[in-house]
Design a protein around this ligand. Structure first.
Ligand code: DP6
Length: 366
């Protein structure tokens, strides 16, 4: 029998309107619509190789991915550390993805191979971002795992690859992926993705070509997981107000993206990032992801948003972590690289650009 290896590279994404707070924890259904930019090089590769037995096993080795496909900004290509609970969560998600793939395949005319779907799988994974960069992302990992798990159930693996050209098929995979980790459903399309309820879909925008930087403030393990944050923010007195006004901010963001008004997108994303972190800071008990370097970066950025600034503000935001993301016009990439290194000469900075979402590969093993 031909032994196949299924691989997927899925990018991380950075939210401009945040997913924070769930209506339904088991299914990762969000309280509010969110909106993100899909990244390109900052991504996770996962390789799944069918094995004897029925167990899903995590192998702490690099996936066997051709050198040429190891994209990344001077790419690191390192296996993430994963143990105990992490491995369990992953194996559970593989099961879920394979179970749900059956119905999705039926809808898209793909033949589901029940034998293949019950076989064991060995999973190997690598991130294109440096190991201890503190940006380890469940979004890229779960999007890639969903893709390989589903791919491994296809009677015709090439037909699966063709199906991935259909955005509706991608959206069906994204729905499965969301149940493993919410934000991963925004990593199947790009560059701008809107997620509401069960559906994530790309938005038409008038945005110019963009460049993305991550200021790597700290690589320390975070004390509060984002899953815990989703619960704890509801104790903040700011939470009810956020639910009331966020729809309006999201509508304004969508309109600004459609019209390509970079400066408006930047202002809305800046307020949104401050608001999410304010929820953290005012929760009961409060918690924070900020480090001294985060505060320094925010203080440096603040004047660009003042009304008398002559410089277009960057789109600046932070997820549930200390690192600061900047998105600027691609034509201003050099200018911003110079500004960042002048102000923070010691800081490690990652660079990326907008991307198009998960890809899949299949190859025969010798
Ligand atoms: C702050 O997707 O990591 O990055 O669904 O519990 O896995 P789970 O949460 P996760 O939450 C991400 C939160 C965020 C904001 C965002 O990406 O929208």
């Amino acid at each position: 029998m031909r032994r196949l290896s299924f691989a997927s590279r899925a990018p991380s994404n950075i939210a401009l309107i945040k997913y924070m707070g769930k209506t339904e924890s088991a299914l990762n259904l969000p309280e509010n619509a969110s909106l993100s930019m899909t990244l390109d090089a900052l991504s996770t590769w996962v390789e799944a190789t069918p094995s004897v037995g029925s167990e899903v096993r995590w192998i702490p080795e690099l996936p066997r991915v051709p050198e040429i496909e190891r994209v990344g900004a001077g790419a690191a290509f390192a296996a993430p550390k994963l143990e105990g609970k992490g491995v369990e969560r992953l194996a559970r998600h593989v099961e879920r993805a394979r179970t749900q793939a059956r119905e999705v395949f039926a809808r898209f005319g793909l033949e589901f191979d029940a034998d293949a779907a019950s076989r064991g799988l060995e999973l190997r994974s690598a991130n294109s971002f440096p190991a201890a960069s503190g940006i380890a992302s469940s979004a890229s990992a779960f999007a890639a795992i969903t893709t390989v798990a589903a791919h491994s159930c296809a009677r015709d693996p090439d037909a699966f690859l063709r199906a991935l050209d259909d955005v509706d098929f991608r959206r069906a995979l994204a729905r499965i992926s969301r149940q493993g980790s919410g934000s991963s459903c925004r990593s199947f399309e790009g560059p701008f993705v809107y997620w509401e309820g069960e559906e994530a879909r790309a938005l038409e925008t008038g945005m110019p070509a963009l460049a993305h930087f991550v200021l790597l403030i700290s690589s320390e393990e975070k004390k509060t997981s984002s899953s815990a944050a989703h619960l704890q923010i509801k104790s903040s007195p700011l939470w009810p107000a956020r639910l009331q006004h966020l729809g309006e901010r999201t509508a304004r963001m969508t309109a600004a993206l459609a019209a390509g008004r970079v400066s408006d997108v930047a202002r809305l994303a800046w307020t949104e990032a401050w608001e999410m972190h304010s929820l953290f800071h005012t929760a009961e008990p409060p918690f924070s992801y900020w480090q001294p370097g985060t505060v320094a970066a925010l203080q440096w950025l603040a004047p660009f948003f003042e009304s008398n600034s002559t410089i277009e503000p960057p789109i600046a935001t932070l997820d549930a972590g200390p690192n600061v993301h900047l998105i600027v016009r691609a034509s201003d990439r050099e200018l911003w690289r110079a500004r960042i290194s002048e102000r923070f000469p010691e800081l490690k900075v990652l660079e990326d650009q907008p991307g198009a979402g998960a890809i899949a590969r299949v190859r025969s093993l010798a």
